[in-house]
Design a protein around this ligand. Structure first.
Ligand code: HEC
Length: 169
């Protein structure tokens, strides 16, 4: 009996090791994809400045974009913070936003979030990205929500500006 118990414990330990090895590989894949797909550029505090805050990478942009006719958009906080990040989103909801550009509340994301380019991500890669985002340390940072084109910009932004200073609206 004792021997069976020991064998069972050893098997359980092996299974646990195997599971965490697979998770580790998935997280590494997610980190790799997030890095080469430039998510950090648009979703990190201090973005487009001389020294992005990589200690809080993906913790939400400080500089947004002005899109003519649409308004002002700031790369949201992608860390799992419950109130200011993706803490309440499931991995499947993150994958839908990535590939279809649709948030859980049904709003379609502005095209500056390049979801049309991400539409053909495989399930494996899309879920690796979602798993990696969920593994980040939660960082509390509320990014301004989108604003219509006639609103006052809530924070710095990038826009297309003509040489005479006119902003393309
Ligand atoms: C060129 C800039 C840019 C890049 C690159 C980019 N994003 Fe975004 N992303 C944005 C902006 C801006 C928004 C907000 C759009 C809106 O609210 O309509 C957004 C929205 C999102 C959202 C929805 C979050 C929410 O709270 O509504 C998710 C999830 C997301 N991006 C994940 C990613 C991931 C993962 C990558 C890399 C694979 C990535 N983004 C690359 C700019 C970018």
């Amino acid at each position: 009996m004792k021997r069976i118990l020991i064998a069972a414990t050893a098997l359980a330990a092996m299974a646990a090791t195997h599971a965490s090895a697979a998770d580790e590989a998935t997280l590494k894949r997610g980190e790799y994809l997030v890095t080469i797909m430039s998510c950090t550029d648009c979703h990190t505090p201090g973005n487009f400045g001389p020294s992005p805050d990589m200690e809080h990478k993906l913790g939400g942009a400080s500089v947004g974009f002005f899109l003519p006719g649409l308004g002002y958009f700031y790369g949201p906080n992608l860390t799992p913070h419950e109130e200011t990040g993706l803490g309440k989103w499931s991995e499947a909801e993150i994958v839908t936003a990535l590939r279809e550009g649709v948030r859980p509340d049904g709003r379609v994301l502005a095209p500056i979030m390049p979801w049309t380019a991400f539409a053909s991500l495989t399930d494996e890669d899309a879920f690796a990205i979602a798993a990696y985002l969920k593994s980040l340390p939660a960082y509390e940072h509320a990014v301004p929500g989108p604003q219509g084109p006639d609103a006052a910009p809530p924070a710095p932004y990038q826009a297309v500006v003509l040489p005479d200073g006119t902003i393309i609206r």
